[in-house]
Design a protein around this ligand. Structure first.
Ligand code: COA
Length: 175
């Protein structure tokens, strides 16, 4: 919130995203971030431009299950990331770079965010090469066509995906 001073902590960072759902690629970034920061706030975007498969609560619940034992706090946010960061105890956000194609978009976002919040810093971490082409959409696409996603997401997420797609009638896979 503007005008309110929040004590900032350089040992904490925010990892924002849609996480619809969280994948092994996100967890890879998270474990790298926890080598640098003591605590990570995972910030799930509430009303993004993408039509989500899972509700925010479902996404947060999956994140909670797959990050148990890690020093993370799971929150949701709405509106601009730059405004959300202003209210938090850190100015640092973690973004991930997969293939070089991420760079243009990330560069634009980092510049725009720092224009809107001068205190904000974006830190970019590279994913492991096995996750270069992974995205939540790819996972949903494979799962919805009955493909195996157990190598892309934690078991609990694979299960939730199966159940969600079954209930929405979009799983073409053999059971
Ligand atoms: N491993 C696997 N997948 C990854 C990944 C990784 N390391 N890093 C990113 N991805 C995936 C994401 O799951 C996402 O997949 P999807 O498009 O299929 O859902 C895709 O790559 C893009 O990731 P990302 O750029 O992080 O998008 P996002 O939707 O997860 O998060 C926000 C974007 C929430 C950070 C951004 O939209 C935001 O800040 N919104 C708030 C409004 C705002 O302030 N806008 C900024 C204006 S400058």
């Amino acid at each position: 919130m503007q005008g309110q001073s929040v004590e900032k902590n350089a040992r904490t960072a925010i990892y924002p995203g849609s996480f619809d759902p969280i994948t092994n690629g996100h967890l890879d970034i998270l474990s790298r971030a926890l080598k640098i920061f003591d605590k990570i706030i995972i910030a799930v975007l509430r009303n993004g431009s993408k039509e989500p498969l899972f509700s925010v609560e479902e996404r947060m619940s999956m994140i909670k299950q797959v990050t148990s034992g890690m020093n993370v706090v799971i929150e949701s946010f709405d509106g601009l990331l730059a405004d959300y960061v202003r209210q938090k105890e850190t100015n640092i956000i973690i973004r991930s770079l997969r293939a070089t194609s991420d760079f243009d978009y990330e560069f634009q976002m980092a510049v725009m965010n720092s224009q809107m919040n001068r205190e904000m810093e974006s830190i970019f971490l590279m994913t492991g090469k096995e996750y270069f082409f992974l995205s939540s959409s790819v996972v949903k696409e494979i799962a919805s066509r009955g493909g195996d996603v157990s190598w892309l997401v934690p078991p609990v997420v694979a299960e939730k995906l199966k159940a969600k797609l079954r209930s929405s009638g979009s799983n073409n896979g053999e059971e």
